[in-house]
Design a protein around this ligand. Structure first.
Ligand code: PGA
Length: 251
């Protein structure tokens, strides 16, 4: 069976508990009608229990926007894998560009998060992507490799099976400026080539595209062979937009 398209909503620091519950309920009903598409949502941490409870029994997957590598301890502001699992999270996003560039998370720190979550068999969406100046100076592939390398260096076969990669050019996130289909195709191919050059024991994981994805541009993006789905910020806060993209994915 071919893998279903993943429509993953990253709600970032938006939506309170009741708003999250409402949107999640609508999306969980929608997800029950889909055969070729999975819907994943990453609400803010405090909304996760409400979302999990409201959508119990539906195929909708709830995840977190980050995760720490240690089991417990003095790590103010962080959450452990066990805490997230206890809340019902089935995936975690790590290395989002806002974590890297606003909060200064390095690729090696992101790799610690990713490898710990993967060891615990928590599906991990590892975000990578270049800034505009890096693209303009011809460094896109180097940046992607630098961000992937510390994860691939230590990855085991068992960990690889829980990994999802999200290619999100920083300049396309929240800007309304979507990468061209050629740019997306080239970046995804370069990620896959780099993976193959480093990892022989497992196939390249699904690669999502993210950055200003919305119903208007989704069709072209999802029809690219190496695109396994989308990581969606702004448009994922709106049920109608998610429904429109799910319809395109199903068609
Ligand atoms: P956007 O965000 O869809 O609002 O550009 C994408 C993301 O940050 O994952």
């Amino acid at each position: 069976m071919t893998q279903k398209n993943i429509l993953a909503g990253n709600w970032k620091m938006n939506l309170g508990i009741s708003e999250s519950r409402e949107l999640a309920l609508d999306l969980s009903s929608l997800s029950g009608t889909l055969s070729k598409t999975e819907i994943w949502v990453a609400p803010s941490f405090v909304c996760i229990p409400a979302v999990v409870q409201a959508t119990h029994g539906s195929p909708l997957r709830c995840g977190s926007q980050n995760v720490h590598w240690e089991a417990k301890g003095a790590y103010t502001g962080e959450l452990s894998i066990a805490m997230l699992k206890e809340c019902g999270c089935s995936f975690a996003i790590v290395g989002h560009s806002e974590r890297r560039h606003i909060f200064g998370e390095s690729s090696s720190l992101v790799a610690q998060r990713a490898l710990a979550a993967l060891s615990a068999e928590l599906t991990t969406v590892l975000c990578i992507g270049e800034k505009l100046e890096e693209r303009e100076s011809g460094n896109t592939d180097n940046v992607l490799e630098e961000q992937l390398s510390p994860v691939l260096e230590k990855l085991t076969e068992q960990q690889a099976s829980s990994l999802v990669i999200a290619y999100e050019p920083v300049w396309a996130i929240g800007t309304g400026k979507v990468a061209s289909l050629t740019e997306i195709e080239e970046a995804h191919a370069s990620i896959e080539n780099y993976w193959k050059s480093r990892i022989q024991f497992a196939p390249c994981p699904p690669i999502l595209y993210g950055g200003s994805v919305k119903p208007d541009n989704f069709e072209g993006i999802i029809n690219i062979d190496l695109v396994a789905g989308a990581l969606i910020g702004g448009a994922s806060l709106n049920y109608d937009k998610m429904k429109a993209m799910a319809d395109i994915s199903e068609s």
